[in-house]
Design a protein around this ligand. Structure first.
Ligand SMILES: NC(=O)C1=CN([C@@H]2O[C@H](COP(=O)(O)OP(=O)(O)OC[C@H]3O[C@@H](n4cnc5c(N)ncnc54)[C@H](OP(=O)(O)O)[C@@H]3O)[C@@H](O)[C@H]2O)C=CC1
Ligand SMILES: N[C@@H](CC(=O)OP(=O)(O)O)C(=O)O
Length: 322
C-alpha cells in the first residue's frame, strides 16, 4: 500500500516478535528481512505503524514517542485519551496536530463514519442504529485461518471447532464481538458509539450498535438506520456520497448492484448502497448499507493516510527512515 500510494519513504523496515525475526518477505522495495522489535531499533525510524496488542502499545508507544518517533497505533489503547487524536483523514485530519501518538480507529467505526460524515455535514446526524456483519479478519490472522480451516473441516466431517471465536463460525454467525459490558452491549459495539462521537465531534450523538461476526474473510458490512435533524432524500444523499472522498456509491438494486464483501474486499473505498428513505423516521430518515475492507480502510489504509497527513503537516520530507 505504501508503494501503491507512492508514500515518500526512504527505507521500509519490518518488525515483529522474535518468532518471526530472520524470516524474509517480498515487498515492492525488495526482499525484506523481518527484525525483532526493540525500542532502540524502531527509534531509528521516523514513523512507526504499530499493529500489535493494546498492552504492547501502552508499554512501547510512549517510549518510542519519547525518542522522537511518530507512532500511529492500530490498537484501542489510546483512542479515548483526551490528549491523543483519533483520526479518520477524510473527517478530522486537523486533529493530528503535532501529536507523537495518533490512534487509528476501530475498523467498524472507520468504515461507517466515512459514509456518515458527508451526510452529517449536510443534514445533521441525530440518531444512528447500526447492525454489523463483521469478517473473520477482525480477529487477526488467526481468525482468518480458523475460518478457512474450520470451513474445510465442517464440509469434510460435519463438525467445526473453535478457538479464536466464541463458537464455530463456518455456516454460523455470532452476535458477540469483544467483551460484554455492564449495559448489555459488547465493547466492540460501544467502541462504535464512543469513537464516532470523538472523530465526528458530536459528543451527544445517539448511536446504538449490534455487532455480529459472520463467516466472511476480510470485509465488514453494516446496515445503518439514521435520523437527521433536517429533511433528507435518498437522491440528495446519493449525490453527496458520490462526491465524498473514500466512498463509492454502489446502488442500483434493479441491476442487483449493492455493496458486498465479494466486491469491497481489496478496495480502498468504502461502498455505500441500498440508500432509501427510512420508514420509521420518514422524511428525516435514511437507511443505507456500507461495506469496506477491514484490513484496508478498517486498519492499514487509514493508518497510512494518517501518516500522509503527518507528512503534509510537516511540509517536509522524511528526515530518517519510515
Ligand atoms: N484499527 C482497527 O480497526 C483494527 C485494529 N486491530 C488491532 O491491531 C492490532 C493487531 O491486530 P492484528 O493485525 O489483527 O493481529 P495479528 O495477530 O494478525 O498480528 C499481530 C502482529 O503483532 C506481532 N507481535 C505480537 N507480539 C509481539 C511482540 N511482543 N513484539 C513484536 N511484535 C509482536 C506479531 O508478530 P509475529 O508474527 O512474530 O507473531 C504479528 O505480526 C490489535 O491491537 C488489534 O486489536 C486489528 C484490526 C483492525
Ligand atoms: N474488533 C474488530 C477488530 C479490532 O481489532 O478492533 P479494535 O482495533 O477496536 O480492537 C473486529 O473484531 O472486527
Amino acid at each position: 500500500m505504501l508503494h501503491d500510494r507512492a508514500f515518500p519513504l526512504s527505507e521500509l523496515r519490518l518488525f515483529a516478535s522474535a518468532r518471526s525475526a530472520g524470516k524474509t518477505t517480498e515487498t515492492p522495495y525488495g526482499t525484506k528481512t523481518i527484525e525483532a522489535f526493540t525500542v532502540d531499533a524502531v527509534a531509528e525510524c521516523d514513523i512507526a505503524l504499530l499493529a500489535v496488542s493494546g498492552d504492547f502499545a501502552k508499554e512501547f508507544a510512549p517510549q518510542l514517542a519519547a525518542r522522537g518517533v511518530t507512532v500511529i497505533d492500530n490498537s484501542s489503547a489510546f483512542r479515548y485519551d483526551d490528549d491523543k487524536p483519533l483520526v479518520i483523514p477524510e473527517i478530522n485530519p486537523d486533529a493530528v496536530g503535532d501529536a507523537r501518538i495518533i490512534a487509528n480507529p476501530n475498523c467498524t467505526t472507520a468504515i461507517l463514519a466515512v459514509a456518515l460524515w458527508p451526510l452529517h455535514k449536510a443534514f445533521g446526524l441525530k440518531k444512528v442504529i447500526v447492525s454489523t456483519y463483521q469478517a473473520a479478519s477482525g480477529a487477526g490472522a488467526e481468525g482468518m485461518s480458523e475460518l478457512e480451516d474450520q470451513a474445510r473441516a465442517y464440509l469434510d466431517t460435519g463438525k467445526a471447532d473453535n478457538k479464536v471465536f466464541a463458537h464455530p463460525l463456518p455456516f454460523n454467525l455470532i452476535p458477540h464481538i469483544d467483551a460484554f459490558q455492564d449495559n448489555g452491549y459488547t465493547k466492540e459495539e460501544m467502541k462504535v458509539t464512543w469513537e464516532s462521537r470523538k472523530i465526528m465531534g458530536i459528543p451527544d450523538l445517539a448511536l446504538s450498535c449490534t455487532a455480529v461476526r459472520i463467516p466472511t474473510s476480510r470485509a465488514h458490512a453494516e446496515s445503518a438506520v439514521i435520523e437527521f435533524a433536517r429533511p433528507v432524500t435518498p437522491d440528495a444523499a446519493r449525490a453527496l456520497l458520490a462526491d465524498a472522498p473514500g466512498v463509492k456509491v454502489v446502488d442500483d438494486p434493479a441491476a442487483k448492484v449493492y455493496p458486498m464483501p465479494l466486491n469491497a474486499s481489496g478496495k480502498y473505498d468504502v461502498e455505500v448502497g441500498r440508500i432509501r428513505q427510512n420508514l420509521v423516521f420518514g422524511d428525516h430518515g435514511l437507511e443505507l448499507f456500507v461495506c469496506g475492507d477491514q484490513l484496508l480502510k478498517g486498519a492499514a489504509l487509514n493508518a497510512v493516510q494518517i501518516a500522509e497527513v503527518v507528512l503534509d503537516r510537516r511540509g517536509e520530507s522524511l528526515r530518517r527512515s519510515a
